[in-house]
Design a protein around this ligand. Structure first.
Ligand code: ACO
Ligand code: KIV
Length: 565
């Protein structure tokens, strides 16, 4: 790279528009959308779509709700021409959808293009010629008046051919290609000449599409260019101003949004930003940006994954896992503090309230994504994500101190094994740590009996492979069981006890209840938890006590005064 890039590149000059209005405007309605997935999106992939894929994508675009779809460059190839014919002759075009076809400003191509749409109820004929200085000089070798004349004569030809096929209601779309790199006054001159030549009226509007063929400036300059055209274009009531941003600088979405604030009526782009080079503007992102500002986008992405898979299949281009609103990872939090806040946000959110869940600009459910995939766990995660997965996948709600205790177990596993820790791994670790009856003290059986006001227990444990049946009384089964341990020389101090039933998403067989017992570890060992699961809540409690006993030291605690009843 150059140490002084100004020797090779220069900054784009600002537009002189001191009283610009767009910065204070708010977008409160969606634009007319035009999908160019089947044209700009199709001319820019390794392998252009075959007819079957184009048809599949066409139907998907209709299902999403596009009312204008650029279906082909019919003069480019027989495949393109035949696709338009199949749409028309096969009656594939819904009543409320208008197809659009693109052509260069060349007579033979225009004739072929008009031929392709014969018999359609409606069609937009889109013609373009580049207007910027570089194209005038380098590509066309034309002066400004010659460029204007090219545009005007082309429009007159289309008007004449359109009159010859009155069964089709034809709308003209004109693009001064490379608009954003064209002197504004010249772009205006060409556009006004086109409007005049077409004879546009409020009932027969011309679409003036102002493309950022290559994105050359910051989005505010794009907005200024659009506002300047919006203010100065002739017969504004007979003109629809359309924008066609490309994403060379990575700011196409911003450019389109600011253009709408600046007066644009219509946006052309592709799903997920497919298109030449770095892509056309991403209509999915634009639409869902509107949605998350409370504006109905007029496009339906309530099953965004299905749309994504269709687009990937048709274009053979993968969608990045970080792609706004759709990427595999955009509704996923790995890091602990994010998980914690999201979990709390979900818990606090009420269905009838404004969406306000931390870190999630949109409710994943609105685009058909599930909460289950929101929180994922790796070595960057904390207790919140782990607890969330146990709760959502296994119906088990952990108290905070148990979350902290168990997070250390998962963290150790993640550090050792690297990568993501799946919900099933977390459950396996949880079971191994708290639930499996294979530690030095094992629960075998128990029997409860009443003794006056007291509760008696006959508890059989296996301690280091040797069975002991212990008998004691207490003010409840747990108290009795703790007292029964005294005969083994174990003083278990219970700090807290809870019993809960599983949530509806529980995957723990017939077990409906679980018990959590927090006990003090001997010496200065702190506290630790035991967990028990069973169909019967008392059995779950006894198992939780044995689990806690093992966590606190297990059979080692019983060696001081071993005693079998
Ligand atoms: C920015 C965009 O995305 S615009 C759309 C671009 N998409 C495509 O080009 C895909 C489909 N295109 C094609 O298949 C081919 O270009 C065709 C079949 C349409 C035409 O092919 P060809 O005539 O062989 O060549 P090509 O497209 O290279 O045309 C170049 C000639 O057209 C002229 N030309 C290019 N664009 C235009 C235009 N919009 N209007 C009038 N003339 C044009 C060039 O100046 C050049 O003229 P020259 O031969 O006198 O130097
Ligand atoms: C034909 C025009 C609108 C185009 O695709 C572009 O300028 O990018």
């Amino acid at each position: 790279m150059l140490t002084d890039p100004s020797r090779k590149y220069r900054s784009f000059p600002p537009v002189n528009l001191p009283d610009r209005q767009w910065p204070g405007r708010v977008i409160d309605k969606h634009p007319i959308w035009m999908s160019t997935d089947l044209r700009d999106g199709n001319q820019s992939i390794f392998e252009p779509m075959d007819a079957a894929k184009k048809m599949q994508l066409f139907h998907t675009l209709c299902d999403i709700g596009f009312k204008e779809i650029e279906v082909a460059f019919p003069s480019a190839s027989q495949i393109e021409f035949d696709f338009v014919r199949e749409l028309i002759e096969g009656n594939h075009i819904p009543e409320d959808v208008t197809i659009e076809v693109l052509t260069q400003a060349r007579e033979e191509l225009i004739r072929r293009t008009l031929e392709s749409i014969r018999g359609a109820k409606r069609a937009i004929v889109h013609v373009y010629n580049a207007t910027s200085e570089t194209f005038r000089d380098t590509v066309f070798g034309m002066t400004k008046p010659q460029i204007v004349e090219l545009a005007v004569s082309t429009v007159k030809l289309i008007k004449q051919l359109a009159a010859e096929q009155p069964e089709t209601q034809i709308t003209l779309q004109y693009s001064p290609e490379t608009f954003t790199a064209t002197e504004l006054d010249f772009a205006l001159e060409v556009c006004n000449a086109v409007t005049e030549a077409w004879g546009a009226t409020p009932d027969n509007k011309v679409i003036l599409n102002l493309p950022a063929t290559v994105e050359v400036a910051t989005p505010n300059i794009h907005a200024d260019q659009i506002e300047w055209m919006h203010r100065n274009v002739a017969r504004r009531d007979s003109v629809l101003i359309s924008v066609h941003p490309h994403n060379d600088r990575g700011t196409a979405v911003a450019a389109a949004e600011l253009a709408l604030m600046a007066g644009a009526d219509r946006v052309e782009g592709c799903l997920f930003g497919n298109g030449e080079r770095t892509g056309n503007v991403d209509i999915v992102t634009l639409a869902l940006n509107l949605y998350t500002q409370g504006v109905n986008p007029g496009l339906d992405f309530s099953d965004i994954n299905a749309v994504a898979r269709t687009v990937e299949h048709c274009t053979q281009l993968p969608i990045s896992p970080r792609h706004p609103y759709v990427g595999d990872l955009v509704f996923t939090a790995f890091s602990g503090s994010h998980q914690d806040a999201i979990k709390k946000g979900f818990a606090a959110h009420k269905a009838d309230q404004q969406w306000n869940v931390p870190y999630l600009p949109i409710d994943p459910a609105d685009v058909g994504r599930s909460y289950d995939s929101v929180i994922r766990v790796n070595s960057q995660s904390g207790k919140g994500g782990i607890a969330y997965l146990l709760e959502t996948e296994y119906g088990m709600v952990l108290p905070r101190r148990l979350q902290v205790e168990f997070a250390a177990v998962v963290q150790k596993h993640a550090d050792t094994h690297k990568g993501e820790v799946m919900a099933a791994d977390i459950w396996r670790l949880f079971s191994e740590t708290y639930l499996t009856n294979d530690k030095t003290v094992r629960y075998v059986a128990h029997h409860l009996f009443e003794h006056g006001d007291a509760q008696g227990i006959r508890l059989t444990l296996d301690v280091n492979g040797q069975e002991h049946t212990l008998v004691a009384e207490g003010n409840g089964p747990i108290d009795a069981a703790v007292r029964a341990l005294h005969s083994l020389g174990i003083e278990l101090q219970v700090r807290s006890y809870e019993e809960r039933s599983f949530g509806s998403s529980a995957q723990c067989g017939d077990a409906r209840a679980y018990a959590l017992i927090e006990v003090a570890k001997p010496g200065a060992g702190g506290d630790c938890y035991g967990v028990g699961i069973d169909e019967n809540i008392v059995t779950a409690s006894i198992k939780a006590m044995v689990s806690a006993l093992n966590r606190a030291g297990g059979a080692a605690l019983a060696t001081e005064r071993p005693h079998a009843a």
